[in-house]
Design a protein around this ligand. Structure first.
Ligand SMILES: Nc1ncnc2c1ncn2[C@@H]1O[C@H](COP(=O)(O)OP(=O)(O)OP(=O)(O)O)[C@@H](O)[C@H]1O
Ligand SMILES: [Mg+2]
Length: 445
């Protein structure tokens, strides 16, 4: 299965990437404009310089005794020239040049206006009816450097902006998704069978309808389960009276029937009816175990509940049960006394029914709220043991039963957040069967 994509990661990366691209586009646009403006400024400076030098050159040349000889303009102080110029006549003969000027970089024949060679930007102007030309050269490297620095100045902030934007988006999305995470935690924290609506304050508008839909679904599920449970409980309850009446009738019939096949048949019907009554009783217990209300509001002391339950069984089973209780302590647990009674009844009933008849059944409760019911008898194989808590699953015993007892006990244990485990052989023995239920409650002295 593909792992789900994190919304936070997606938004963080997507927004940052989108913003970076837009920023890059804007930077390139701004850079092109800046480059154009720079070129204009440089060109105008070049033109201005040529126009300034030209009249001076004309004056100087016309004042010479031999005007056609080339002359280097002397400098006051030796320096490296940034702008160099040549003054030539129409045939291209040099009449005057700046001291650093290299005639090779100029056009062969003087021309007017702007032109660009590989390394220089040139500007030419003429005087005296196109008989005298000045050409001035500026190296392109300077312009390129200015353009490069402008680009760098525009790009550098982007380097800092990318991590800041990533972090900012990540934090902002995390903050915005806080209520969604709270919703997730609320769903995860649900106990088994908790179908009450999930409410989380201030969910985003996009998620809110989803939460509503989930709540409606939970409500429908709860109603369906409740309907199923109440149907089971009601039918079992409704069956009780007619079953008891039929049982009484059949008992009378058996007693009144003469010895022979009729009496045997009546006895068989009576047995079947008892089975049916037991099944209806177990179904009622299961419906109760699956319904809510297994946790009591006020904590109950398990010790008197356990003592009373065991006492009842001992009276009907000939004192086969040995009870061990923590001395001078109470074990308070938030469990409904009826539910505890049903759980205990099923475990003890099993221990008496399937345990070795010549061995006692040991029932104990520790201060840490660990209930143990142990009986003797043959070891139950592990694969069978694992499935015994499923509904209608029975072991290899000949004794009659419906296969619901351990399923009821397990459902109650889950409902009160207790942990029920089966073991065979019993702990510290080579044979027998043991059921332990660890309740989650605080022991108090
Ligand atoms: N204390 C025990 N010792 C040995 N085997 C047991 C014990 N408790 C349960 N079992 C085995 O587990 C099976 C399932 O028990 P469970 O209580 O769920 O159903 P049941 O006793 O058969 O029917 P009922 O619904 O009447 O209780 C039993 O049939 C039995 O084989
Ligand atoms: Mg049973």
């Amino acid at each position: 299965m593909k792992s789900p994509i994190s919304l936070q990661k997606r938004l963080g990366l997507g927004l940052t990437l989108g913003m970076t691209l837009l920023w890059l586009g804007a930077t390139v646009g701004a850079w092109l404009v800046v480059q154009h403006e720079l070129n204009e400024a440089f060109d105008s400076a070049l033109e201005e310089t040529a126009q300034r030098i030209l009249p001076l050159a004309v004056l100087e040349i016309s004042n010479r005794e031999a005007p056609r000889t080339a002359q280097h303009v002397a400098t006051l102080k030796m320096h490296k020239e940034y702008l160099t110029y040549l003054v030539r006549d129409a045939e291209g003969q040099i009449l005057m040049q700046s001291h650093d000027a290299n005639p090779k970089i100029f056009n062969e024949h003087p021309s007017e206006g702007f032109s660009t060679t590989q390394k220089y930007r040139l500007y030419g102007a003429s005087a005296l009816r196109n008989t005298l030309f000045i050409e001035i050269a500026e190296p392109l490297g300077h312009r390129r450097e200015a353009a490069r620095e402008a680009l760098l100045a525009l790009l550098l902030p982007l380097l800092a902006l990318i991590p800041i934007s990533l972090l900012g988006t990540w934090l902002f999305v995390r903050l915005s998704l806080r209520s969604v995470l709270a919703y997730r935690r609320a769903v995860e924290a649900r106990g088994v069978g908790d179908l009450s609506p999930i409410s989380v304050a201030r969910l985003p508008a996009e998620i809110d309808p989803l939460a509503d839909a989930v709540n409606r679904l939970l409500e429908r599920l709860r109603k369906a389960l409740e309907a199923e449970r109440s149907f089971t409980a009601n039918s079992a309850h409704e069956l009780r009276t007619p079953l008891a009446a039929t049982l009484a009738q059949i008992q009378r019939l058996r007693q009144e029937a003469p010895q022979g096949p009729l009496r045997t048949r009546a006895a068989k019907i009576e047995d079947s009816l008892r089975e049916l009554a037991r099944l209806s009783e177990k179904l009622m217990q299961l419906a109760k175990a699956e319904g809510g209300g297994l946790l009591s509001e006020a904590p109950q002391d398990l010790i008197p509940l356990l003592a009373h339950g065991v006492d009842e069984w001992n009276r009907s089973s000939g004192q086969r049960i040995r009870l061990q209780l923590p001395t001078e302590a109470s074990v308070y647990c938030a469990i409904d006394p009826d539910a505890f009674g049903i759980l205990l009844r099923n475990l003890i009933e099993n221990a008496l029914k399937y345990g070795a008849a010549d061995q006692p059944v040991e029932v104990s409760l520790t201060e840490q709220a660990l209930l143990r019911v142990v009986n003797g008898g043959p070891v139950v194989p592990a694969p069978v043991l694992q499935r015994l808590t499923e509904r209608f699953v029975r072991g290899s015993s000949e004794a009659s039963g419906t296969g619901l007892g351990l399923a009821i006990a397990k459902t109650i244990a889950q409902g009160v957040k207790a942990r029920m485990t089966l073991a065979s052989p019993a702990t510290g023995r080579a044979d027998g069967f043991e059921v332990t239920v660890q309740f989650l409650c605080v022991p108090s002295a």
